[in-house]
Design a protein around this ligand. Structure first.
Ligand code: IPE
Ligand code: IPE
Ligand code: MG
Length: 248
């Protein structure tokens, strides 16, 4: 799938306040499938395919930093067949998209651990991160085998290992020890599938964000759905008179 060059695609924003960094909890694949009497894996297939559509929509609105919740540390509790099938679908997407990301200026960042992940998939993730490392136009942070508390503990461990003196530790410094170092706070968190749960999703980075949930299941989340979330975000910031560094 060929994307037009980003700079041309960035439209004049009709929003007063546009989030700089959007996090998406892509939930509801299973329910989407069962509504159609399909196996859960069919929902995951449509869900993984929808990632491209959602990213295109984000680019269209000029959102340059996107975090996607792909697989949580808690998701290991699912049946093995579902996990295996889901991982195969992820491998397909990475195969299909890595070269696109590389040429379209998208830098892939992985938040999470590759421990316990099948070797081939782990290699694919590491490869995608490595070949897009120099890109700066768009940041795509993939939360894969990710847990928020685990990330915070990891940061603390690294800080202790480096013997950082307590008095120099600040929010800015702590931020550098997270997977998302340099990506900035999450301004808007979207959860599809209607559940109003946080599910261990970037507790540090989303601490000051706006939380938006829609009953739409992830495979159906398209540009119009994204726009609805952006309208709510814009309205919220406008009526609260909040101004952030990210306002456009
Ligand atoms: C989200 O969809 C995808 C992953 C967590 C991998 P679900 O699989 O959680 O779908 P529901 O919530 O059961 O409908
Ligand atoms: C959240 O969805 C995690 C992802 C979208 C990957 P889940 O369906 O796994 O979350 P819970 O079970 O509601 O916490
Ligand atoms: Mg779910």
């Amino acid at each position: 799938m060929q994307l037009p060059k980003i700079a041309i695609e960035r439209t004049e924003s009709k929003f007063r306040h546009l989030p700089r960094h959007v996090g998406i909890m892509m939930d509801g694949n299973g329910r989407w499938a069962s509504q159609r009497n399909l196996p859960r894996l069919a929902g995951h297939r449509y869900g993984t395919q929808n990632v491209r559509r959602a990213l295109d929509a984000c680019q269209k609105f000029g959102i340059r930093v996107v975090t996607l919740y792909v697989f949580s540390t808690e998701n290991w509790g699912r049946p093995k067949e579902e996990i295996d099938g889901f991982f195969n679908l992820l491998a397909e997407v990475i195969d299909r998209e890595t070269e696109n990301f590389r040429t379209q200026g998208v830098r892939l960042i992985h938040s999470g651990s590759l421990e316990g992940v099948p070797a081939r998939l782990a290699e694919q993730v590491a490869h995608a991160v490595a070949v897009t490392r120099e890109n700066r136009e768009y940041m795509l942070n993939v939360a894969f085998n990710y847990g928020g508390r685990m990330e915070i503990l990891r940061a603390i461990r690294r800080i202790l290992e480096e013997k950082i003196p307590a008095e120099v530790l600040s929010e800015e410094l702590f931020d550098r020890y997270l997977y998302t170092a340099g990506l900035g706070d999450m301004d808007l968190v979207i959860r599809t599938g209607g559940d109003e749960r946080l599910s261990n999703f970037f507790p540090w980075q989303a601490a000051r964000g706006v939380f938006y949930t829609t009953p739409t299941f992830w495979p159906d989340f398209d540009e119009i759905e994204l726009e609805k979330a952006l309208v709510v975000y814009d309205h919220f910031l406008s009526t609260n008179g909040v101004r952030t560094a990210n306002d456009q």
